[in-house]
Design a protein around this ligand. Structure first.
Ligand code: SAM
Length: 246
């Protein structure tokens, strides 16, 4: 898969793309990253990418011309999508990350200042994505989040595919709590069931924890779940105050 990032700050991506999973995915030839500097598409001696807003008001607005030309200069390959990062976009979810991971190319455009000239929107974006209900100074960090979430879903990137299938949001649930050595930390012991080696019991415990954790922390997700009879029994069983299995 190929990521094309259109930005006025290509240097911001240097360390992120050259460390850990993204670096390894690139080295394995699974992903390619291509950075495109919007300033290369300016036509004045100051290489301006922004101007004052019509109608007045605070801040600057990104000029449509260089932005559109920069996006249009990216050669499209295979199943490709132009995405603009904006707080006004569709909320980014694991489901969208999965859809993006099926593409051959994602062209991510990062806004800056007070945003972009409205007329550029339909040219640079077939989809608009927000990474959350808050306002960042620019789309670069949002693009990095999308790149990271998508890359780790591409087959071959992570060593253990099972680690993805059990992660938060994958089965519509938050993940169960995890523990590692030591068995006791500051007076708190690892739940005994995890030390038994009984895989069926461990799986039951984990499923119950994931269900109860989702119910408590994300009722909005929980209420959309279609619970099986087993799930209902697990919740009722593990919610008993005298249940010491966990
Ligand atoms: N004035 C704009 C508004 O109220 O919608 C916000 C502009 S913001 C300061 C500058 C740029 O940061 C945006 O054009 C967008 O590219 C990016 N950005 C900010 N918050 C974001 C978010 N939550 N998700 C994705 N991109 C975001």
């Amino acid at each position: 898969m190929r990521f094309d990032i259109v930005t006025i700050f290509p240097g911001m991506f240097d360390s992120v793309l050259q460390e850990t999973i993204l670096k390894r995915a690139r080295e394995k030839g699974i992903v390619e990253f291509h950075l495109h500097d919007i300033r290369e598409h300016t036509h004045d001696k100051h290489r301006s990418v922004d101007d004052t807003p019509y109608g007045g008001g605070a801040g600057m607005v990104m000029i449509a011309g260089p932005l559109c030309e920069a996006v249009e200069a990216v050669t499209r390959t295979g199943n490709s999508r132009r995405v603009f990062l904006t707080p006004q976009g569709e909320p980014f979810t694991q489901k969208i990350a999965r859809e993006f991971a099926e593409l051959d190319q994602l062209i991510l455009t990062c806004g800056r200042y007070e945003g972009i000239d409205e007329r550029a929107r339909k040219i640079i974006a077939e989809q608009e994505i927000s990474i959350g209900d808050y306002v960042l100074s620019g789309g670069e960090i949002a693009a990095m989040s999308v790149i990271d979430a998508v890359t780790r879903l591409i087959p071959g990137v992570l060593g253990n595919a099972q680690s993805i299938s059990e992660e938060s949001f994958e089965a519509g649930l938050l993940e169960y709590p995890q523990y590692t050595r030591p068995e006791e930390f500051r007076g708190e012991r690892v739940p005994p069931v995890l030390l038994t080696g009984n895989h069926a019991e461990i799986a039951r415990w984990r499923r119950a924890q994931a269900l109860m954790r989702t119910m408590k922390r994300r009722p909005d997700i929980f209420e959309k779940l279609e619970l099986s009879l087993d799930d209902r029994e697990l919740i009722s069983d593990f919610s008993q105050p005298d249940n010491t299995r966990g």
